[in-house]
Design a protein around this ligand. Sequence first.
Ligand code: HEM
Length: 215
Amino acid sequence: MTVTQRYRYIYKPVIFVLSLMPLLWLACGLFGWLGASLGADPVKKLEHELGKTALNLLLLTLAVTPLRLLLGNPHLLRVRRMLGLFAFSYVLLHFTVYVVLDLELNWRAVGSEIVKRPYITLGLLALLLLVPLAVTSTQRMMRRLGRRWHSLHRLIYPIAILGVWHFYWQVKRDVREPLLYAAILAALLLFRVLRRYGRPALTSKSGSATAPGRT
Ligand code: HEM
């Protein structure tokens, strides 16, 4: 089996199914399948789990390049687009649950929450910034945008910062978990900075397989 076949028929399907698992589990909880339950406040539970999964996937997407360089495996890039699109889908579901189930499509309430709660403003900004990345994630858009594609997709860094900040701000008391996310994000960003400013061990010796179409 060639590397391309391994990615196409094994690794990508496995990552696809794993990324769907949190959603399937929440669906089980929602419909009471397999003995799963969403607890006393199912809407909050949905909101929280979808938000957390979105953030996990966002950080995983950011971790692909450092892992590719540290492991010397350029093929890892082939799974990045899928992870990024799953992150976007979970953010969208998180937002939908909030607007449809939590605020029951009361647009006036949505507007006032955006204005009154800074963490909602940050979350919405992150979601809006994710849209152009999702829209331009196809090979055709990559070819069409050329170098501009890479500049545009650097938005993933501010988006991740906004996501973690949004998490931190909405926590009422125990900030340990968002701080852990912040530490992971800081490590990923530090890696990029060191790479950019020339630590040879962190620069791409395993081939600059950044052809986005393969991500
Ligand atoms: C990149 C975008 C986003 C990410 C990564 C994200 C992530 C998260 C995370 C991790 C949590 C905490 C979950 C927990 O405590 O277990 C959360 C909570 C929440 N998020 Fe987001 N979110 C994003 C965008 C949004 C947007 C666009 C909205 C709505 C406009 C939103 C509304 C909320 C609400 C209402 C909560 C729960 C707050 C509470 O418990 O009172 N988020 N989000």
